[in-house]
Ligand binder design. Structure first.
Ligand SMILES: N[C@H](CCC[C@H](N)C(=O)O)C(=O)O
Length: 295
């Protein structure tokens, strides 16, 4: 099976064209393909280009636990670069349909920089979703594993819980992220960011992703966390988001519509070997399978 691998600030994805799939993806085959020991290893799969009734291209985004994500900022930059590498687009902006809505992409810098209009960041509980009465989820409190956190929640098409932190760290993300991801207040689970506001134009985040665990960078997390900082009046409308994998630029208009700009790096084109494909298809082969989170 042919694939292309890219990373965006260390958040890596496999791009697979539907015509290259030997059979329909399942939660288990996604887990196997993405597995860092048994499979090709990645933070997810981008399946496309797919037909779309509303946009020039369609895209399905899968997490390594097999769940489908409504949106991925790094994934969309990578997919835009893939389309450019395949000469399916040039320098003009183009539209991509995701489960979380339509986005507009534009490739620049000889493919090394991509801009994506990510849509509006929204804070209302029903859109995210967050349980409880309909409200904007801002400056609420949660008790997790003996610690008390102040948090906000937002959607960029996918759900995010932004925890205010004096000292975001990988240890903090690993300890509290998995607990918050599956907390009952998030019916669709949630991505989690631990955020420190550095100044009016920069924040720092550590990330625990829904369905992907700890990642070095996340475009939708950056957009959500920057949106919260802007909504709380702690940052202006142009924000640099610092993550372990690097930086992204997020710009907001007056309606919190976000434009994300950042790099993409091509890693390889490759072929999954036949014996690995056999292992993928063999349900009895030894493999650690996590529970299926698809609704
Ligand atoms: N794990 C996310 C999708 C990938 C997001 C991240 N890789 C990005 O760049 O936005 C979710 O289930 O909503």
């Amino acid at each position: 099976m042919h694939y292309s691998k890219y990373h965006a600030l260390g958040n890596d994805y496999l791009v697979i064209r539907p015509e290259d799939l030997p059979e329909e993806l399942t939660s288990e085959s996604i887990q196997r393909i993405c597995h860092r020991n048994y499979g090709l290893g990645s933070d997810g799969i981008l399946l496309g280009p797919l037909p779309s009734g509303s946009c020039q291209f369609g895209l399905k985004i899968f997490n390594p636990d097999g769940s489908e994500a409504e949106k991925s900022g790094n994934g969309l930059r990578i997919f835009a670069r893939f389309l450019w590498d395949e000469q399916l687009v040039a320098q003009e902006p183009f539209t991509v349909e995701t489960a979380g809505g339509m986005v507009t992409c534009q490739v620049g810098g000889a493919g090394k920089s991509v801009q994506v209009e990510m849509g509006k960041v929204r804070f209302d509980s029903e859109a995210i979703p967050v349980s409880g009465p309909p409200r904007e989820v801002l400056n609420e409190k949660m008790e997790i594993d003996g610690a008390t956190f102040k948090f906000c929640a937002a959607t960029v098409g996918n759900p995010h819980c932004v925890v205010l932190s004096e000292a975001p760290s990988a240890a903090q993300a690993h300890r509290f992220g998995p607990l918050i991801e599956v907390d009952s207040r998030f019916p669709a689970r949630t991505n989690v960011q631990f955020m420190r506001v550095i100044d009016r134009n920069s924040i720092r985040i550590e990330i625990w992703e829904r369905g992907a665990e700890y990642t070095l960078a996340s475009g939708s997390s950056s957009t959500a966390a920057a949106g919260v900082a802007h909504r709380l009046g702690l940052c202006d409308s142009k924000i640099t988001v610092h993550m372990p994998g690097g930086q992204l630029a997020i710009d907001f208009d007056a309606d919190f519509a976000a434009t994300m700009t950042g790099p993409v790096t091509k890693v390889s084109n490759g072929e999954m070997a036949a014996e690995c494909l056999e292992w993928l298809a063999n349900p009895d082969s030894q493999f650690l399978v996590v529970e299926d989170h698809n609704p």
